[in-house]
Write a protein that binds this ligand. Structure first.
Ligand code: ATP
Ligand code: ZN
Length: 812
């Protein structure tokens, strides 16, 4: 039997499947999806591997053997193994990059290699070898990884000599990132009658023993700590009972449950859908029940009740015995949604996201894998949930940028979802009030089934939106962040006893600090971007690398005392609010106030309970909020997002405005919104005012077509980074020339290749960056070309010190 094994820590061009012989004693136990330890390379260093497949024969004459099996049962199913290969082909990563993305951190293992003395003497004359054997004999073993790091000279040939001579022997040790959590528990080892008899004959401490046994008579098994607590005895009593074989001790596997207190699961209320919701549900169920792969887009205006529709659909899928994956853009931002899931499905829900501890996440993963939970709810990586027989995959707010991974594998969760829907015969359901232009186009072309909810649930209407022309305020000498129109609406809203949400697309006290005299803007010394001032700690900080420095009013370039704040941040708005409405209770929510795990949830809860009148925040207030008493939304500046260099600027602006406006008036009360802008005539702002998605799409798709942007092409970034600016530039140039030649040679059509240039942020954490942009079709032929070029790049010694990666349809 031959195992085809993917090996960890290989470079991209070296990454392949390697054949290993399966020793007879592992046959049967060793299956695809199990991790193994194998000898690898010239020095036969031990490496971790993943068995991707088994085969009868190998084309190679002599094979190394699998040294050790790490997993008793496969950690990856056949479907997920297939996904590993899919990720590699689609996103130019190694097998192990993909495996690391798919497995939770807690389930990963680390390999440590040791060499131990065998007792056999070493009689050779290699001085390093002599030194090593002496060290091994005195300390019992050599930690090879540590040695390689510590010693300046290479140790491998000396090591090989000692192994050869039989003086040293290799051992490897596999360690898990998160251990399974176990507790010692006790149970009766005898019948109740025998236990009673034991107590009667007991000479010392009979009462104590009796208490312990009484508790155990009523339970299957009780953790020892609890047993001691309940009976008031010390552990030694329990030990005595165990020693006398009246009770037995065993280990109990415990699962860490992140939201244990919430999982009530009692909500069996039937959902009463509106006629519109009901017909969408029936349409979706018809697709789902067929068991064939399907894709649908649910486009419903804000507050139309998309969530209720897909929850009703989940009910049916679960009742049919199939499993469900629900993706949300950002768990911390959607506490209401997770609460909804817990109260409806209780223990059958497992939540996967990055704010959980490694152990918690690992245990949620295990509950999915062992079938205890059948609904995975989570952020991007939850798309890798270890579920079989998936019947439905929901991607909520499918346009969100957080579904795209910025690290290898640079996947989009929607693409992985498509793969899994096909393999499982599942329905992929994309839901949004503002679908991405790409998805809506696919729906229009009939590639996705399109479902629409054009009205709000329960007869609420969409908010009435006012555009506040900030130029008028400016002409009057008003520079406050809250203009006259918004101030007036806020006053009305507070008077009505209702709540308002104010949205500011920034963070920090002021956006940046610049010099009035020479125009110098304080930028981060490591990254080429402006730093922001945080009044909380009085420091200028860089959002990319975390660098911070003291603020000074002296310009470091021209020496004048002209440095001052430019722009406005949430903290300053908060101060202005306090001036305008001294009695209003303002809740500020941004990354500064909400970096702790659940403080965001707490703030939202308090706002919902009416403890605040105004919620002021950054992006996090735009999504998913469903608060009945919110009737006013204010957008402090719509312009911030409008002029970034990105073909998606209009799309982002439109979506963000429509989403945030949609938070108002969701429960029957009339809703209002004020959008402040210096360009009131801008088309996107006007379309957002009307919340006219259809109109926006028609305009945007024309722009995309004329300028050749997605969905009329795919955008491919090839990034080069390194510490040496010139080296990075040269490497990018060489790659560009080679790529152009290759396209010419293979007569690749419809490709627009741009010359290398520094990206908008040309330096991050002391690494210089160059970028080649490609407008192309992300098809098999292109991927083959890029794969080949990447391998050539790595194999060219001129490119040392420069890293490269390919990013398909990046967020920018
Ligand atoms: N069938 C229903 N029965 C009772 N309440 C409903 C029903 N449908 C929707 N609602 C209520 O209407 C409100 C809006 O619904 P929901 O949050 O699902 O909308 P949405 O389409 O997801 O909105 P958005 O895209 O703005 O987040 C919620 O408070 C929800 O509980
Ligand atoms: Zn920085």
């Amino acid at each position: 039997m031959i195992a085809k094994v993917a090996i960890e820590n290989l470079t991209y061009p070296a990454d392949a499947l390697f054949d290993y012989e399966v020793p007879a004693e592992l046959e049967g136990a060793l299956r695809p999806g199990c991790r193994v330890v194998v000898p690898f390379g010239g020095g036969n260093r031990r490496r971790q591997g993943m068995v991707m497949a088994l085969a009868e024969h190998s084309e190679l004459a002599s094979l190394k053997r699998v040294q050790r099996l790490v997993d008793e049962t496969p950690v990856l199913s056949e479907e997920l193994l297939g996904l590993v290969g899919f990720c590699k082909r689609r996103w130019f990563c190694t097998y192990f990059d993909a495996i690391k993305a798919i497995l939770p951190t807690g389930s990963r293992v680390r390999l440590r290699e040791y060499a131990v003395p065998t007792g056999e003497p070493y009689s050779g004359d290699d001085t390093l070898a002599r030194e090593l054997i002496a060290l091994a004999q005195s300390s019992g073993r050599l930690d090879l990884e540590k040695l390689r790091k510590e010693r300046s000279e290479p140790i491998d040939s000396a090591l090989a000599e000692l192994l050869q001579a039989g003086a040293l022997r290799r051992v490897s040790d596999v360690r898990r990132n998160a251990s399974d959590m176990t507790r010692l528990a006790a149970r009766l080892a005898v019948s109740h009658e025998e236990a009673d008899a034991y107590v009667r004959d007991c000479r010392a401490n009979a009462a104590k023993h009796e208490k312990v046994l009484d508790i155990l008579k009523g339970c299957e098994s009780v953790p020892v700590t609890e047993l001691c607590y309940l009976s008031g005895v010390s552990k030694s009593v329990v030990d005595t009972l165990a020693r006398r074989q009246i009770i037995e001790l065993h280990t109990l596997e415990l699962l860490r449950r992140p939201y244990r207190e919430k999982t009530r699961g009692g909500d069996r209320e039937p959902i009463r859908l509106s006629a519109g919701q009901h017909s969408v549900l029936e349409g979706l169920w018809a697709l789902c029940a067929g068991g064939r792969p399907e894709a649908a887009l649910l486009h419903g205006v804000t507050g139309s009740g998309k969530t209720e529709v897909y929850i009703s659909l989940i009910d049916r899928v679960i009742a049919a015995g199939r499993n469900v994956i629900v993706l949300v853009p950002e768990i911390a931002l959607t506490p209401q949604l997770t609460d909804r899931f817990y109260s409806r499905y209780g223990e059958r829900v497992a939540v996967l996201h990055s704010a959980l501890s490694v152990g918690e996440r690992y245990d949620e993963w295990k509950r999915l894998k062992n079938g205890e939970a059948s609904i995975a709810v989570g952020t991007r990586s939850a798309i890798f949930a270890p579920l079989d027989n998936v019947g439905l995959i929901v991607v909520d707010e499918e346009q969100e940028g957080s579904y795209k991974s910025e690290n290898s594998p640079r996947y989009h969760a929607r693409d992985v979802a498509k793969y899994r829907a096909v393999k499982n015969g599942a329905l992929l359901l994309l839901a949004s009030a503002t679908p991405s232009v790409e998805s809506y186009m696919s729906a229009k072309l009939g590639r996705y089934h399109l479902f629409t909810l054009s009205e709000r649930y329960g007869g609420s209407t969409l908010p009435e939106v006012l555009i506040a022309d900030m130029r008028e305020d400016l002409a009057k000498g008003e520079t406050s962040a809250i203009g006259e129109t918004l101030a007036a609406e806020l006053r009305f809203c507070l008077k009505r006893g209702e709540q308002a949400v104010l949205f500011l697309n920034r963070r920090g006290y002021n956006t940046f600090v610049g010099c009035r005299a020479c125009g110098e803007v304080r930028t981060c010394p490591n990254c080429s971007i402006a730093m922001t001032y945080h009044s909380r700690n009085g420091l200028l900080m860089c959002h990319y690398c975390g660098h911070s420095e003291e603020l000074s009013d002296v310009c470091p370039v021209c020496g004048s005392r002209g440095m001052r704040h430019l722009g406005t941040g949430t903290q300053r708005v908060e101060e202005q609010l306090a001036e305008l409405f001294p009695t209003a209770r303002v809740c500020r929510m941004d990354l500064d106030t909400t970096s702790y795990k659940s403080s965001h949830e707490k703030l939202l809860g308090a706002f919902r309970d009416g403890e605040y009148d105004i919620l002021l925040g950054t992006q996090m207030v735009t999504k998913g909020l469903d608060m009945p008493n919110v009737t006013l939304v204010g957008v402090l500046s719509a312009d911030a997002m409008l002029f970034v260099e990105d073909y998606r600027a209009a799309e982002r602006t439109f979506m963000q405005l429509t989403q945030v406006v949609g938070r108002a008036g969701r429960a029957g009360k009339r809703g209002y919104a004020v959008i402040q802008t210096y360009c009131p005539d801008n088309r996107v702002i006007e379309l957002a005012r009307r919340q006219d998605y259809e109109g926006f799409f028609e305009e945007e798709i024309l722009f995309r077509k004329n300028m050749i942007y997605p969905p009329y092409c795919d955008i491919c970034h090839i990034m080069f980074t390194g510490a040496d600016e010139g080296g990075v530039r040269e490497a990018a140039k060489r790659f560009h020339t080679a790529l152009a030649d290759e396209f010419r040679r293979t007569q690749a059509a419809n490709i627009i290749l741009f010359a290398p240039a520094p990206p908008p942020i040309a330096k991050i954490s002391q690494k210089y960056r160059q970028r080649i942009l490609l407008k192309c079709r992300d098809d098999k032929k292109l991927r083959q070309t890029l794969d080949k070029m990447l391998c050539n790049f790595y194999n060219n010694r001129e490119n040392r010190g420069v890293s490269i990666y390919v990013d398909i349809n990046p967020n920018l």
